[in-house]
Design a protein around this ligand. Sequence first.
Ligand SMILES: [Zn+2]
Length: 182
Amino acid sequence: MITLNEVIARLPDGKAKHAVRSFNLMPHQNRRAASVKELAISLGLAVERKALPRGLAGRLVPDAFSESGYLIEVNEKDNVRRQRFTVLHEIGHFILHSTSSDPFAPVSNRARGVDEYGIIPFYPDDGREREADECASAILFDHGALAAAESLFNGDLEKISKHFGVSVEVVKIGLRQFGLKK
Ligand SMILES: [Zn+2]
């Protein structure tokens, strides 16, 4: 299980660390879930909704115009909660798996820079998909964020899901990961 401290330790600068910490600390502000797009932009990533092939939730692709050299593409046909988790999952790939020093390195060195997270297998099944999910989960739920929401909403899964702006399924996985549910 990847922890939020491990995620933060991998970030290159104070601005990025602050953005991730703030997102975790304040998952819900001004009556809505905190913006995953703003988080991505703080990390130098561009985000675009696109018509992606069915079954492909999103992908991390090289982009010469973004600060980090990467763009997150999100399937515009997915519902908003799914799209939000996709952005966090791709942020996970960016932090854990991208060659951020050189996004335009030869394709074989960066696993083609494309994500599976769905039906179409681009990454080999070597644990990177699980790691990206764990990174997303850590950013959302670690440092007591899920425990606090679980307590605040008395275990009401729909309310917890709305608070974080992700699906009930993602919350259920988080509750197991953080030992809040058997
Ligand atoms: Zn992935």
